[in-house]
Design a binder for this molecule. Sequence first.
Ligand SMILES: C[S@@+](CC[C@H](N)C(=O)[O-])C[C@H]1O[C@@H](n2cnc3c(N)ncnc32)[C@H](O)[C@@H]1O
Length: 219
Amino acid sequence: MQRFLVGLHRASAHSNRIGKLSTAIGGCIQELFPCPDKVITALDVGCGDMTVAETISSDNPTIQWACTDIHELPPHLHGTEKWKKYRKFDGSKLPFDNASFDVVLFSDVLHHCLPASSDLLREAGRVARFVVVKDHFEKGLFSRATLRLLDFIGNYGYGVSVPECYFDELSFQASADAAGLRIMKMIDHLPIYPFPLSMVLPQTLQFLAVLERAAHENV
Ligand SMILES: C[S@@+](CC[C@H](N)C(=O)[O-])C[C@H]1O[C@@H](n2cnc3c(N)ncnc32)[C@H](O)[C@@H]1O
């Protein structure tokens, strides 16, 4: 069953999703640092196989990634060039000093961490001034069920749990407030679903937000 779901996910949506997400996220990060030569240090939290981070870097070579997730690295990957930038963490406390990075990314991660998402956001704001979040907005019970089905296809095969519910605009704002972060930019219509899914799934189920540590927050 798990192998079937991984195959279905890869064949249907995976590469389309990675390409569109990487372009949108890379663009948001570059906008934060208009000087074209600046090296931007970025941390991808919940990086999965790191494809999003690596695709962003291949289009934006000045963005340099460290990556972290909750999984132990399999022994055969230890010491390989690709996985040198990966570090496991416990899912709550990021193992990095204050202000170690320019930006932290959560790409389709925070809904797996509800209701503790504001704690992770606060951690992100501790290690970087800017936080980029790609996630989903549910718009009612039907969209919640749809998102859960898509999460099942996209994640269950990789051993990632399917959440009970998702953010809506109010709960995301509340999480950001509780984390001491200000939402600077919100793109609440992200055209990611490929045809024919795009005919039935509203692109408003996806959002991309840029947050900044609030001025009064000290790290
Ligand atoms: C849908 S995958 C996203 C992977 C990758 N970011 C991407 O966009 O392709 C969700 C990821 O969140 C990670 N995750 C789950 N709980 C987490 C937590 N508490 N902290 C960080 N990552 C977590 C999972 O291990 C998984 O890699």
